[in-house]
Every structure is written in structure tokens, then in C-alpha cells.
Design a protein around this ligand. Structure first.
Ligand SMILES: [Zn+2]
Length: 381
């Protein structure tokens, strides 16, 4: 049996930070949390982690790119591997490569590549996020209007074709047939509203047909106004749905996010990076569907000045959530691990340090600088 005990760390467990607790890993899973001197650890190889923070590996449901690559341009097994490696350096041990609106042929290639990557055991990839092309042109943001289309049965077949992981679909519910939404849900596809100009009523209706969450809350959606709560109002009024938030200090004013956090239970928020190729790369420009995007002062903007994703990594998102939103560190970390795992319906295997979970871990110093990661028990060292 392949066993290792990680000792002398401050371990973030389901109930908070624990000291003097050893994490026993067996065959890629967390076998037990034990007192450091426990008899069960005798004869087991041990690693002393020098008092650093041992956290659940981060789960990022929105990763457009990294390491100089955009998933739309590299919908291949190797592209997924390289994007995952770029984000792993910042503590992400599970991610959904995210395809922005593109031709259905590219969607097909991306799904095939993720299928193949998961089957081949590519580290970190746990599914795919397809963001568009079934969105509303009025809220397209940096998406190319030329790719937008209506969700029909043939597209639903394609979207239901992932075998080994989770498919997250961001769509504009007001543009979708409820029968197709239900069909996708029944096939296990997780549905989120995004790039949507829907009304409160549109969203309330879609919730009854399986809509589960909201993609980058506040950005590219109808706002909360006095007589029309919009998509934002629908997201905040509904206690159960999940909201992805981009905490880069640019996409949403921190005041606005603090108000949102007071409106709704915290375990329904998840940090996302919405990362672009510049994360884990020194490049200061990249090309997004034929348009040049400049990376300056931490912002990615196209030639018109529209924000096009972020230069954010997950460790920075957690630090920002503490610094800009006033969240407790433990809560910020859970928004980057446990809560997104639960959103994906995978909260029993990902996002926590507890017996039975996959041994996906991140070791950090007090400033949340990532020192080492483990994916299914395999160290990055
Ligand atoms: Zn978007």
C-alpha cells in the first residue's frame, strides 16, 4: 500500500484549523486524520511540514487559460495539462477548463479533449465549463457575437457527452427552452446563468427547471434595480443557488461584493479566477478570438477597454477575499475549495481534508504563498 503521513502542519479540517494532527494518505486518498503520535502511524513514512498551513486544494470552476495558453485555442489533452500545471503553482488542484463562446465544432473538440484527459489521468482536470455560446448578445461582454446561437436538441446531445467528469454550462436562461434545460439536468449537466439579460421572473422559472447557480455574479447580467430585481436580484434573493465571484478588485467593486455577502449564506459563494493565458506566464498581451488583449495593472482589457477575463490566480483570490471583503481566512479558503466542490455536486470527494476525500492538498505559508501541492496524493515536489 502506498502510504504517507503529513505531520506538523496547521491542518484546515471541516471544523477549523487543527494542530498536532497528522494527515494519513493511502493510495491517493485521505485515509485518516490522527493525533501526531498515534500508533497507527508507526512504520509509515512521515513528512514534517514545519508548521505551515495545509489546506484543501483549491477548486476553480472557471479557468479560460494559463501558462500562455487559451483553452479555446488549445482544446487538446496537452493544452489542458499545461493550463492545469500553470494553475497548480497557485494552489488549484481541481479545475474546469473553460471554453468561451465558440463554434460547436470547437465545443466538440473541447469535450473530447476533456474526456481523453480525464481518462489519461491528467492532473487537476475534473470536467469542463462551457460558457456560451447560448448566451444573450445584450450581455455578451468579451464574447464574440458571431458565435452566439440558440440551444437546440443537437447541441444538448453534444453538451451531455462528457463521460468522466462534470460539465458546467453557463447560459442565458431567457434564451433557453425549459424542456432542454431539464434534459441537460437529467444528464448531469450543472446549469448556471451568465451573460444573461433575463428578468427576475425568467430566473425564477429557470430555477424550477434545474438552474443551479450564477456565473461571475454582477458581471454580464441584468442588474438589481428598484422595480426589476434582475438576475442579480434573483441570485441574491434565492438562499440555495450558488454564485461565482471574481475578487480581483476590478470586476466588481468590493463594496458591492460585501453587500452581496450580507444578503445570502456564505456557503453559496465560490471564488473563481476567470483566468486568462497570462496567469502563470510573463506575457503582457494575448489574443482572444482574433482580438488583442493587454494585461496592465492586473487587468485584461481588449482594444475597446472591455474587461476580458482576469490575470488572477486562486491564491490571490483568497488573499483578496480576506483583504477586500473582510472575510475570515477559513471562510475565504472554503469559498475556494469546499463550496465550489459542493456546487459541482462533488462535495464528498473534493474540497475538504477529511477521511475518504481525494488527497488534493495545498501547503502555504502565512501569507498564503503556495509551497507545495498534492493531487491524488502525488506531491508537486
Ligand atoms: Zn463570462
Amino acid at each position: 500500500v502506498n502510504r504517507e503521513a503529513l505531520t506538523n502542519a496547521r491542518v484546515l479540517t471541516r471544523t477549523g484549523f487543527a494542530e498536532g494532527t497528522a494527515v494519513l494518505i493511502e493510495e491517493g486518498r485521505i485515509a485518516a486524520l490522527l493525533p501526531a503520535g498515534a500508533a497507527a502511524l508507526r512504520g509509515c513514512p512521515q513528512r514534517d511540514l514545519n508548521g505551515a498551513l495545509l489546506l484543501p486544494g483549491f477548486v476553480d470552476v472557471q479557468v479560460n487559460g494559463g501558462g500562455g495558453l487559451l483553452f479555446n485555442d488549445a482544446p487538446t489533452v496537452d493544452g489542458i495539462r499545461r493550463i492545469g500545471a500553470a494553475h497548480r503553482r497557485f494552489g488549484t488542484t481541481s479545475f474546469l477548463p473553460t471554453l468561451i463562446s465558440d463554434d460547436l465544432e470547437v465545443v466538440r473538440e473541447a469535450l473530447l479533449a476533456v474526456n481523453e484527459a480525464i481518462a489519461a489521468g491528467v492532473e487537476g482536470v475534473v470536467g469542463i465549463h462551457i460558457e456560451g455560446p447560448f448566451i444573450n448578445a445584450e450581455r455578451k461582454g468579451a464574447h464574440d457575437a458571431a458565435h452566439l446561437r440558440i440551444l437546440d436538441d443537437a447541441a444538448a446531445d453534444l453538451l451531455s457527452s462528457l463521460r468522466g467528469g462534470t460539465t458546467l454550462l453557463t447560459l442565458a436562461p431567457e434564451k433557453a427552452d425549459p424542456v432542454i434545460l431539464e434534459r441537460l439536468c437529467a444528464a448531469g449537466v450543472v446549469l448556471a446563468a451568465g451573460h444573461t439579460n433575463g428578468s427576475f421572473a425568467d430566473i425564477a422559472r429557470a430555477r424550477t427547471h434545474g438552474l443551479r447557480g450564477f456565473t461571475h455574479l454582477f458581471n454580464a447580467m441584468s442588474p438589481l434595480t428598484a422595480r426589476e430585481p434582475g438576475v442579480v436580484g434573483a441570485a441574491l434573493d434565492d438562499a440555495e443557488s450558488w454564485c461565482g465571484i471574481i475578487v480581483d478588485g476590478l470586476h466588481v467593486d468590493p463594496v458591492v461584493l460585501r453587500i452581496a455577502l450580507r444578503a445570502k449564506r456564505h456557503d453559496r459563494f465560490m471564488l473563481v479566477t476567470d483566468a486568462m493565458p497570462c496567469v502563470g506566464s510573463t506575457a503582457t498581451t494575448f489574443v482572444l478570438q482574433g482580438r488583442t488583449v493587454h494585461v496592465k495593472d492586473g487587468a485584461c482589457r481588449d482594444e475597446e477597454g472591455t474587461l476580458a477575463g482576469t490575470a488572477l490566480d486562486m491564491a490571490q483570490a483568497v488573499r483578496n477575499a480576506v483583504r477586500l471583503l473582510g472575510l475570515e481566512l477559513v471562510e475565504a479558503i472554503r469559498m475556494a475549495s469546499q463550496y465550489p466542490a459542493e456546487f459541482l455536486g462533488r462535495g464528498a470527494e473534493l474540497g475538504s481534508i477529511a477521511p475518504g476525500y481525494r488527497a488534493n492538498l495545498v501547503l502555504c505559508d502565512e501569507q498564503l504563498k503556495v509551497l507545495e501541492t498534492w493531487i491524488d496524493g502525488r506531491s508537486s515536489r
